[in-house]
Design a binder for this molecule. Structure first.
Ligand code: CP
Ligand code: NVA
Length: 292
């Protein structure tokens, strides 16, 4: 059976920590691995992407492989071919399949039928590749993961869920502050609150994400902006965290909405490192899954 990466919890705490160290080694020596030499990785995009597409394409190429980007409207999937049949065919050509889609079930079905690892490149409920890159960024910024405190303020969305699931597993204490109606329903691994000031207390990093995600109904946008406005990540909120605290955001950002331009482009952020670390983290992930 291939090893899939759908929620991120497929990896043990030890594997997550090893992956972060491997990603940092690959960052220091980007052309040191030929793990994908002469192999193809299929990357299916049913939703827009800048970072995920660019970091996977560049990362697969750096590993000596061929990144095959497929938009769903170009596949027979768009004309009714099943996920099962698509999975069978792609598995005959590619060493791994990445997929970004608005349907979590579709990824599960792809994984059930694929003969090669399936990687979740974002669904409405999960964004585990982002969480891996964020672990790399935190490890770079603080020299460790264990015992760090990470606060997430804003919409209880896919990015928040993956942070709770993946970062907690790696030994980080995660607190999520969201308003009523926008909270995660699964706080088992992290602390959920409505109070952003309480969430950021003593935090080493304060993270936010957009208020309207790709899977959200655009008709809810105005209400979301109103409800989430008190959760904006600004200098005043960051000042309430630890003195050395950094601001994080998975991007794309809406400066002036969920984060101020001052923080997004300022000295106290590691946001652009997060974007770069997508490539290094995903290269380490591909090495791990394809060797399995
Ligand atoms: N952070 C992230 O996944 O960005 P893209 O939507 O641009 O891929
Ligand atoms: N929560 C955002 C993340 C984008 C990378 C979305 O799903 O649109």
């Amino acid at each position: 059976m291939p090893r899939h990466f759908i929620t991120g919890t497929e990896l043990s705490a030890q594997e997550l920590r090893a992956l972060v160290e491997r990603a940092l080694k690959l960052k220091a020596a980007p052309y040191s691995s030929d793990a994908l030499r002469r192999r193809t990785v299929a990357l299916i995009f049913q939703k827009p992407s800048t970072r995920t597409r660019v970091s996977f394409e560049a990362g697969v190429a750096e590993l000596g492989g061929h990144p095959m980007v497929l938009r769903t409207d170009e596949l027979q999937l768009s004309r009714g071919e099943s996920i099962r049949d698509t999975a069978y065919v792609l598995s005959r050509h590619a060493a791994a399949i990445g997929i970004r889609t608005g349907d979590d079930e579709l990824v599960a079905e792809m994984a059930a039928h694929a003969g090669v690892p399936v990687i979740n490149m974002l669904t409405p409920s999960h964004h585990p590749c982002q969480a891996l890159a964020d672990l790399v960024t935190l490890r770079e910024a603080f020299g460790r993961l264990d015992g760090l405190k990470l606060a997430y303020v804003g919409d209880g969305n896919n990015v928040a869920r993956s942070l709770i699931e993946v970062a907690s597993r790696a030994g980080i204490e995660v607190r999520v502050a969201s308003p009523d109606g926008y909270q995660l329903d699964d706080g088992a691994l992290g602390v959920l609150t409505e109070d952003p000031r309480e969430a950021v207390r003593e935090a080493d990093a304060v993270y936010t994400d957009v208020w309207v995600s790709m899977s959200d109904d655009p008709a809810t946008a105005a209400r979301r902006r109103q409800m989430l406005a008190p959760y904006r990540l600004d200098a005043e909120l960051l000042d309430r965290a630890a003195p050395h605290a950094i601001a994080l955001h998975c991007l794309p950002a809406h400066p002036g909405e969920e984060i101020t331009a001052e923080l997004l482009y300022g000295r106290r952020q590691r946001i652009w490192d997060q974007a770069e670390n997508r490539r290094h983290a995903q290269k380490a992930l591909l090495e791990l899954l394809i060797d399995a």
